[in-house]
Write a protein that binds this ligand. Structure first.
Ligand code: ADP
Length: 261
């Protein structure tokens, strides 16, 4: 199950001791149900702000965010979030951390226990159920974070640079695993990254953001079949196109669709 996300004319200002920060200015996007949508852009362009507002952890200064037409007013079990820094409880085991994502974490009924075991298996952590986070690699910790976000079977998965702290080889493996999970669960995914290769590897579509203030300046469909080969001409062309949009003058922009939401 999946839900459509509509971001309609959203602006966000923060008040700080140094004055007002315009984090986002009049951003409008539509993420169709079931789409894997990547947000790329330089640091400070408002990617995390946008994700947090979709999650209901923050509110727009202007405009509205809707899920299947219903305004977002607070966090909900229909949205799972995965953070870069894992956000695991160090004093809980893998199994207990994942259990914490359930709607009723304290429930020890057979169904809940079975659900946790299924999630452990889904993210490839069988055998590590009783390990503590300190004994896990970065990639394994992030698998726990993903399992915990999936525990309530959310219709929307929001991921904020989830693989930013893992090594390149592990990241490649996690990409494959995430795409397998997505193929199975059919959720709507919004995935924030500043890594263009990662966005083109994963996304059905890449939204390119700009900063000062944060806006969406291009919407680029990725028309390469999966699994994607990073050396294929189509992949290389998409990466070049996005890099050009991000303002690398050494690369020619070959043109794309920028007008749709
Ligand atoms: P990104 O995720 O693209 O790096 P962010 O969404 O984190 O960007 O930040 C966008 C802008 O908003 C930045 O200028 C950042 O400093 C500012 N900002 C983010 N959160 C806050 C906050 N809580 N208070 C003040 N400014 C903030």
């Amino acid at each position: 199950m999946a839900r459509k996300i509509t971001v309609d004319g959203v602006s966000k200002q923060y008040e700080s001791p140094d004055g007002t920060v315009q984090a986002l200015s009049d951003v409008s996007i539509t993420v169709p149900a079931g789409e894997f949508c990547c947000l790329v852009g330089p640091s400070g362009c408002g990617k995390t702000t946008l994700l947090r507002m979709i999650a209901g952890l923050d509110t727009p200064t202007r405009g509205a965010i809707r899920l299947d037409g219903e305004p977002v007013t607070e966090p909900g079990l229909d949205r799972g979030m995965v953070f870069q820094e894992y956000a695991l409880f160090p004093w809980r085991t893998v199994r207990e951390n994942i259990r914490f994502g359930l709607e009723r974490p304290a429930c020890d009924c057979r169904d809940c226990a079975a659900q946790v075991e299924e999630l452990v298996e889904l993210v490839g952590l069988s055998g590590f159920e009783n390990s503590y986070p300190s004994a896990l690699s970065g990639g394994m910790k992030q698998r726990v974070g993903i399992a915990r976000a999936l525990a309530v079977d959310p219709e929307i998965l929001l991921m904020d640079e989830p693989f930013g702290s893992v090594d390149a080889r592990t990241r490649d493996r996690l990409h494959g695993e995430l795409l397998d999970i997505w193929a199975e669960t059919q959720q709507t995914v919004v995935f924030v990254t500043h890594d263009i290769d990662e966005a083109v590897t994963l996304g059905d579509r890449v939204l390119v953001m700009d900063s000062d203030p944060g806006t969406v300046q291009a919407r680029i469909p990725i028309d390469c079949p999966r699994p994607r080969e990073r050396t294929s001409p189509a992949f290389v062309d998409q990466v070049a196109r996005i890099r050009a949009k991000l303002g690398d003058p050494s690369i020619e922009d070959s043109g794309d669709t920028t007008t749709q939401k």
